[in-house]
Structures are given as structure tokens and as C-alpha cells.
Design a protein around this ligand. Structure first.
Ligand code: NAD
Length: 287
């Protein structure tokens, strides 16, 4: 069998960001409102600092206002809650993103719930999760939305397709499964207690691997011609790799996302898309 085609997430993400530039300019011209993203970083975790810096840079490149907030490592629960309350009430703030993980002394779940659903650009509040589960309009988590965008960009049929999502986390597995169900796929959620995982996966037209186990998905898991979307990110001496064993999977699949350069670049692009959606939602609610 020929080698699988590569799903180029870098190129798709660049196209999404380019389109957003136009859409943001059009929204601002129409409403007089510049969408603003408030990233909230507590402490100085080096990986989080890098992520936040690139979210800020790309939001500015898309024509949005950078309303970043930084609190010290020892900020109290009350201080972070106070800041989130101010951002929730501030009309210049379209989207609020609390960068996770927060320092261990803070109650992250309680903080997330303070973000109003119409500003919840990470899609992680109970309200946003409920709207997604009910198939109602709302802001969806960024990485799962990026997975759907990649499938659409490569015209992978989702309606009626059999999909196996490996992983049931709140951040990726569950929401991506919901998004796929809402798009009329037949979805199986596999997880750490699933029996005969390879057999379950071989039924799938599309496999979404969000497991956090390096190289778990091998060619043996893949039905010939299936599409494999690899959400995993692992840092090793040879650089980044994913939850799929790229070499053996690409011998069997028809399309596969590489790591790096697949799902990863989509996450920030979808965050920016969510920030514009949030601004539109607030404009409509204020009408
Ligand atoms: P998680 O640890 O919260 O969840 C992993 C899930 O996989 C769990 O539900 C567990 O049941 C399941 N699992 C674990 N071992 C298994 C096994 N052997 N067989 C079957 N299922 C198993 O992880 P997460 O937050 O969902 O992230 C998953 C991966 O995606 C990680 O590598 C993470 O770094 C990556 N990630 C990437 C992005 C991105 O932007 N590309 C965003 C978020 C997460």
C-alpha cells in the first residue's frame, strides 16, 4: 500500500488565521469593537510562558487587543478570583483564557467556573460543556475544534463514519467525541480500561488518538485506508512525537497527522476563532 497522505496542520492553521484577520477587520468595521483576549497567567511555569506568549502574539497579528494579565506564583485564590471577576465585567474583554496548570495551592476548577460562558474561549466551564453536550451553540474547546477543522480541510467524510476516540479527558477525548457525534459520526470512546484496543480501533474509519502514551497506536490498530488524527505530544531527545507510531501507521492509513505540524498548530488558531466568536456573541447579547 502507498504511504499515507500527510495532513498539514501548519498550513491549515495559517489559513484559518489569515481568514480570521479578514473576519476580525470586518467585525470591527461593522461594530466599532475590537475583539480582546485576556490570557491570565499565574506564576512563571516556563512552558506556560511560551504558550501564552504565542497566544498573545497571534491574537495581535489577527487584529485583536492583547489584554494579558500576569499574577505572581503566590497569588491567593481570592486574588485570582478578583481578577477573573473584573475581566468578566469588562466590556473590552471578549475572551478569558486561564492558562493551565495553575499553581497547586489554587482551586483550578473553581476558578474556571468564574468565566462567563460567553467569554469562555477554552470551552471548559460546566456551562460550555453542557451546551456542547446538548448540541446548542456555544464556545467549544480549542484542540477538539482543531481536529474537526483538519478533517474538514481534507474532506474526510464525518457523517456516518465510524470513529474511535482513544482517551476520555475533559480537555480532548470527551469534547472531540461530542463534536463528532454532533456531526453525525458513529463514535466509540476507548480508554485505559478498554479491552482489545487494537481490535476496537481496526473498526474505525477515523481514529483520534488523545491518550498521552507515546507511539501507542501502531499500524496494527489501523484499518487500511483509515484516517489517523494524533493529538498526543511527547518531548524526547529526538524532538516531538505523538501517540501514534507514525512510520507503521502511515503504511496502512490513507491520511495521518504528523507530530509536530498536525493538531498542535490548530489549537491557537481555534482559540483566536473562539475569541472572535465570543465578541460576536457578546455583541448579539447586548443588542
Ligand atoms: P489525559 O492524560 O488527561 O487523558 C488520557 C486519556 O487516555 C485518559 O482518558 C485515559 O483513560 C486514556 N488512556 C490512557 N492510557 C491508555 C491506554 N493505554 N489505552 C487506552 N486509553 C488510555 O490526557 P489529555 O489531556 O487528553 O492529552 C492527551 C495527549 O494529547 C497528551 O499527549 C497531551 O500532551 C496531548 N495534548 C495535545 C494538545 C494539542 O494542542 N495538540 C492539547 C491537549 C493535549
Amino acid at each position: 500500500m502507498a504511504e499515507a497522505g500527510i495532513i498539514d496542520g501548519k498550513a491549515v492553521a495559517a489559513r484559518v488565521r489569515e481568514q480570521l484577520k479578514t473576519d476580525v477587520a470586518e467585525f470591527t468595521a461593522r461594530t466599532g469593537i475590537q475583539p480582546g483576549l485576556a490570557t491570565v497567567l499565574v506564576g512563571g511555569d516556563p512552558a506556560s510562558e511560551v504558550y501564552v506568549a504565542s497566544k498573545r502574539k497571534m491574537s495581535v497579528a489577527a487584529g485583536m487587543a492583547d489584554l494579558h494579565q500576569h499574577l505572581p506564583e503566590d497569588a491567593t485564590q481570592a486574588e485570582v478570583e478578583g481578577l477573573l471577576g473584573q475581566l468578566a465585567a469588562n466590556h473590552a474583554v471578549s475572551g478569558i483564557l486561564l492558562q493551565l496548570p495553575v499553581p497547586a495551592h489554587l482551586d483550578a476548577a473553581a476558578l474556571i467556573e468564574l468565566i462567563p460562558f460567553e467569554k469562555d474561549v477554552d470551552g471548559l466551564t460546566t456551562m460550555s460543556v453542557g451546551l456542547l453536550a446538548q448540541g446548542k451553540p456555544g464556545l467549544r474547546p480549542c484542540t477538539p475544534s482543531g481536529v474537526i477543522e483538519l478533517l474538514d480541510a481534507y474532506d474526510v467524510p464525518v457523517e456516518g463514519a465510524r470513529v474511535v476516540v482513544i482517551g476520555r479527558s475533559e480537555l480532548v477525548g470527551r469534547p472531540v467525541a461530542q463534536l463528532l457525534v454532533n456531526r453525525n459520526a458513529t463514535v466509540t470512546i476507548a480508554h485505559s480500561r478498554t479491552k482489545n484496543l487494537a481490535d476496537v480501533c481496526r473498526e474505525a474509519d477515523i481514529i483520534v488518538a488523545a491518550v498521552g502514551v507515546k507511539g501507542l497506536v501502531t499500524g496494527e490498530f489501523v484499518k487500511p485506508g483509515a484516517t489517523v488524527i494524533d493529538v498526543g505530544i511527547h518531548r524526547g531527545p529526538e524532538g516531538l512525537s505523538g501517540d501514534a507510531d507514525f512510520a507503521s501507521v502511515s503504511e496502512v492509513a490513507s491520511l495521518v497527522t504528523p507530530v509536530p505540524g498536525g493538531v498542535g498548530p490548530m489549537t491557537i488558531a481555534m482559540l483566536l476563532a473562539n475569541t472572535l466568536r465570543a465578541a460576536e456573541l457578546q455583541y448579539a447579547l447586548a443588542d
